[in-house]
Design a protein around this ligand. Structure first.
Ligand code: K1U
Ligand code: ZN
Length: 167
């Protein structure tokens, strides 16, 4: 297994749209294992393949306190979305920035695991918000891009300042 490099906003590669997985082979299993290791090491509660510059529809999520409940979603599709949730979000690609986005409170997701088995998942609360956040990454959207232009300008200015400091 390996810890992968996580792209940082505003890297243009975060805007690529991920392709559906067509072949469930050993390289997919390796990608999932590497993504899980990267997410746990970060630490984070989710990671999309787009964030590690692999533009395939693959997500890993673990919102459990014990960090022992990994959920792998390949080619995920939301087939039902109910209610409104406003849980604060963070992003491993935009470290240090937290904000609230309006998301569905409960979702029903159809997906495949890394072995190609189809399954259905009902999610609510943090799991629901995290899956929606990761699915945005697969569409090339970073959570800060839901915020107002003013907030986005401030975030970009803050990141530019941090980069100047660390140079
Ligand atoms: O996609 C990502 O960048 C991962 C992101 C997922 C996420 C967090 C919160 C709401 C929605 C989606 C993170 O994991 S940020 C880090 C984080 O939230 C966390 C880290 C350690 C312990 C608990 C939370
Ligand atoms: Zn993110």
């Amino acid at each position: 297994m390996a810890i992968l490099n996580i792209l940082r906003y505003p890297d243009a590669r975060l805007h690529k749209v991920a392709e559906p997985v067509k072949v469930f082979d050993e390289s997919l299993k390796r990608l999932v294992a590497d993504m899980a290791e990267t997410m746990y090491a970060a630490p984070g509660i989710g990671l999309a393949a787009s964030q590690v510059d692999v533009h395939k529809q693959v997500i890993v999520v673990d919102v459990s306190e014990r960090r022992d409940s990994l959920v792998v979603l390949v080619n995920p599709e939301i087939i039902e979305a109910i209610g409104v949730s406003d849980i604060e979000e963070g992003c491993l690609s935009v470290p240090g920035i937290y904000d609230t986005i309006e998301r569905a409170e409960r979702i029903k997701v159809r997906a495949f695991d890394q072995n190609g088995n189809a399954f259905m998942l009902q999610a609510q609360g943090l799991l629901s918000v995290c899956i929606q956040h990761e699915m945005d990454h697969l569409r090339g959207k970073v959570f800060v891009e839901h915020l107002s232009q003013l907030k986005q300008q401030r975030i970009r200015a803050r990141i530019a300042k941090q980069l100047r400091k660390s140079a």
